[in-house]
Write a protein that binds this ligand. Structure first.
Ligand code: TYM
Length: 339
């Protein structure tokens, strides 16, 4: 088979499995918007099929999928410029995932730390879908011949697996068909940490709501959570090296830098030597200014869920026009009759 011409293409996804956090926003959504505005083709998915690898109440799943779409748009994604859709409306994802289930090796999947974390001690009771999840994620990416995937740090291992699957498929069938995708994990906030414990990732599943900023939090709540964020007694250092043993300080500085679109070095030059009692109000003001318009706009968009559904359905139709021919070619390569 002749070499495929690679169109630069961005794909990423977020699970509609509950609330969105500042971690999702800075690690993913804000960067999705930056890439959209670079003029590359951008495809952003609400990965509902991933969400059901752990139990989801159906009504809550529907709500979370629409709310995620509202969050995407409120953050600056434009459904005309980017393709926005929910995964289950494009069957090519799961069809491709089956092929990849047959390419990926058990040993590769067993090394996935996210499975180990999510399955916990009772792995025998985890769903088969949770175990196979990274093959579906590889399918999400490769069914569009995606070249770049913006994600937070925690998805790095899954993206390495995606590259392994692409390379093994190409090797086994003697083709140069799937691109070896570039993970894009960059910026000051690729790993936003809990506001209560700088060694833990900020997560929607943390039992303490004070550990995270939710995209739906109002201005007062955002300011209160920052005021109460865990810190240490020292003033802020002026050099990045001074943050090495200070996870909470580092996290707040990273958040500030990402929200203010500055480098960590620039922020440190401005705030070095200040006490947290001075820095926290600066951060709270910035976070409120950047985040509360998003929650307001999300609430407004959620008043018209029919419009959201229309956006998702029309995005799915556009996504299918890219995915269907790539799946068809894959079937031909694999030897499916009638493809
Ligand atoms: P999910 O839904 O857990 O998270 C969505 C995105 O948000 C990023 N993120 C964070 N970034 C920085 N700090 C944090 N505390 C933080 N928490 C979450 C994640 O890194 C991610 O980029 N498997 C994926 C969803 C997925 C996907 C894909 C992503 C399915 N198919 C294809 C890219 C391409 C996941 O569970 O993300």
């Amino acid at each position: 088979m002749s070499q495929v011409v690679r169109t630069p293409r961005v794909f990423s996804g977020i699970q509609p499995s509950g609330g969105l956090t500042l971690g999702n926003y800075l690690g993913a959504m804000k960067r999705f918007v930056d890439m959209q505005d670079e003029g590359i083709e951008t495809i952003y998915c609400m990965v509902d099929l991933h969400a059901i690898t752990v139990w989801q109440d159906p009504d809550k799943l529907r709500h979370a999928t629409r709310e995620l779409c509202a969050g995407y748009i409120a953050s600056g994604l434009d459904p005309e410029k980017s393709i926005l859709f929910n995964q289950s409306q494009v069957a090519e994802h799961t069809q491709m995932a089956w092929i990849f289930n047959c390419v990926a090796r058990m040993g590769w999947m067993q090394r996935m730390t996210q499975f180990k974390d999510k399955a916990g001690k009772n792995a025998q009771n985890a769903s088969l879908g949770l175990f196979g999840y990274p093959a579906l994620m590889a399918a999400d990416i490769l069914v569009y011949h995606t070249t770049r995937v913006p994600v937070g740090e925690d998805q790095k291992q899954h993206l390495e697996l995606t590259r392994d699957i692409a390379a093994k498929f190409n090797h086994d069938y003697g083709v140069d068909f799937f691109p070896i995708t570039e993970p894009v994990i960059e910026g000051a906030a690729t790993r936003v940490m809990s506001l209560r414990d700088g060694s833990k990732k900020m997560s929607k599943s943390d039992p303490s709501d004070m550990s995270r900023i939710n995209l739906t939090d109002d201005a007062d709540t955002i300011a209160k959570k920052i005021r109460k964020a865990k810190t240490d007694p020292e003033p802020l250092p002026s050099e990045v090296e001074g943050l090495a043993e200070r996870p909470e300080a580092r996290n707040l500085i990273n958040i500030y830098a990402a929200l203010n679109e500055q480098s960590v070095e620039q922020v440190m030059a401005d705030v070095g030597g200040r006490a947290f009692s001075e820095f926290k109000p600066m951060l709270a003001e910035l976070a409120v200014a950047k985040m509360s318009p998003i929650s307001g706009e999300m609430a407004r968009l959620m008043q018209d869920t029919a419009e959201i559904d229309r956006i998702l359905t029309s995005g799915a139709a556009r996504a299918r026009t890219i995915a269907a021919p790539i799946l068809k070619q894959t079937y031909e390569i694999v030897g499916m009759v009638g493809a």
